[in-house]
Design a protein around this ligand. Structure first.
Ligand code: MV4
Length: 446
């Protein structure tokens, strides 16, 4: 097992990784920008190294600085966390070239899934259901028109290098196609430096359901059930829950087994998530994420498994600690992502936290790097805390969530706590009756 790990990240996820390391007897090295000198992840780590100025491109994305910090402190492995370097195949490659272990999948698997066209072709060949659409890229508008006639309108044009909704355009009717196609290619080129696009039938009211997966280097793979991430705004998840209120046990086991088989067939190492759209009782693969995710917590709550510990173990070459039959689902979990933002306008609200009280008690978990007097810097993502609650069933979970949100105090800055209190009191949310457009509809109505 590793003796020392460098955590190439900040905020709550850096803490989450540090905590897993601590429990495993592994020493930790924090890296930080000058803006984060007083951050909690720096305070908790065994050692810390300043890697640059506040802008992420000069610090948390600065590959030479991170590798130098790893060399100076003599770590065995680097954990990229979430965002930043976590899905950068070139970084994973360079980490290994410098003699460290990258805690994540191989660069080849990161690259394969980073290209949405090769990802779709690969998982389709391995048996996953995909959205009807083009067979690969669509290089001309003539071909786009032909594909659209075949699959029928509405159609969606997506960037091959995309993900997260950038470079995505809907054509409702044939008259919209040329403009949507040109816009998608232009946006893709601007955002990713690659204007390759592909096409799919546009699903109008799906749920966003993702399966948590884990594979090792000994040919084993398991799933940890699904999460429903449909409550989102502008492709930012706001609330996630596990299991999904829209699935039955049969559907759950079937999609879980199918997704785990893909991980096994690929020889994929580490944690990963396969994302699906779910509409009218059918699943459609959309993307695979080759990293830990923010919302891994709710899968941990319903299975009792420490996913970061498992991730570190398989990176060290150890076999999985669990067989599928040993992963038992208990109760229900919901996560609220709390952002330093105005809850009505979503304008970021950095600044000094003048009051901080986190809820606690049975079934309540708060993952956050905040403390009283902490200054939320303006340079990074605005998520400052995750409230995660577990109950023996969905109703108990909802009651506990309401109680937790009532107790939570974050003063001095605006946060999205009031928004969460409103969402969870809506009948549609309470009934589990929502799709990916529900939150934007709710916000538009008020
Ligand atoms: C779709 C879709 C409808 N039909 N694909 C958005 C980002 C990327 N991850 C995939 N996305 C979508 N793909 C087809 N064929 C609708 C979306 C989508 C979406 C998906 C998941 C979560 C939130 C979303 C919000 C808007 C659109």
């Amino acid at each position: 097992m590793f003796e020392k790990i460098l955590i190439a990240n900040r905020g709550e996820i850096a803490l989450r990784i540090h905590r897993a390391c601590r429990e495993m007897g592994i020493h930790t090295v924090a890296v930080h920008s000058t803006a984060d000198a007083d951050a909690m992840h720096v305070r908790l780590a065994d050692e810390s190294v300043c890697i640059g100025p506040p802008a992420a491109r000069d610090s948390y994305l600065n590959i030479p600085a991170i590798l130098t910090a790893a060399a100076i402190t003599g770590v065995d492995a680097i954990h990229p966390g979430i965002g930043f370097m976590s899905e950068n195949a070139q970084f994973a490659e360079m980490v290994e070239e410098h003699g460290f272990t990258f805690i994540g999948p191989t660069p080849e698997h990161i690259r394969l899934m980073g290209d949405k066209v090769t990802a779709k072709q690969t998982v389709k060949a391995l048996g996953l259901p995909t959205v009807p659409g083009s067979d690969g890229g669509v290089p001309t508008v003539e071909m786009a028109a032909k594909v659209a006639e075949e699959i029928g309108y509405p159609v969606l044009i997506k960037a091959a290098a995309g993900g997260g909704g950038k470079g995505m355009k809907v054509a409702q009717r044939p008259e919209d196609l040329v403009e949507a196609y040109q816009l998608a290619r232009g946006e893709a080129l601007a955002a990713f430096g690659n204007d390759e696009v592909y096409m799919e039938k546009y699903l109008t009211r799906p749920r966003h359901i993702e399966v948590q997966l884990l594979g090792d280097t000994h040919g084993n793979a398991v799933h940890f059930g699904e999460r429903d991430c449909s409550i989102q705004r502008r492709h930012q998840k706001v609330i996630e829950e596990a299991p999904s209120p829209g699935l039955n046990a049969d559907e759950r086991n079937k999609i879980g087994e199918l997704a785990a088989k893909v991980v096994r067939d690929l020889g994929y190492r580490g944690v990963g998530t396969i994302e699906f759209l779910y509409e009218n009782g059918k699943f459609y693969f959309i993307e695979m994420n080759t990293r830990l995710q923010i919302e891994h917590t709710i899968s941990e709550m319903i299975t009792g498994v420490d996913l970061v510990r498992e991730q570190i173990r398989v990176a060290a070459g150890l076999p999985l600690s669990y067989k599928q039959s040993e992963i038992v689902f208990t109760g229900h979990a919901i996560e609220c992502r709390i952002n330093a933002e105005n809850p009505d306008t979503f304008t970021p609200s950095p600044g000094k936290v003048s009051d901080f009280h986190a809820p606690g008690g049975l079934g309540v978990r708060v993952d956050s790097a905040l403390y009283d007097g902490y200054r939320v810097p303006p340079h990074y993502d605005s998520m400052i805390a995750k409230l995660i609650v577990h109950g023996s069933n969905r109703n108990e979970c909802l009651l506990r969530l309401r109680r937790g949100l009532e107790e939570f105090v974050i003063g001095g800055i605006d946060t999205t706590l009031p928004l969460h209190r409103r969402i969870i009191s809506q009948p549609d949310f309470i009934n589990g009756d929502y799709d990916i457009h529900w939150l934007e509809g709710f916000l538009g109505l008020k």
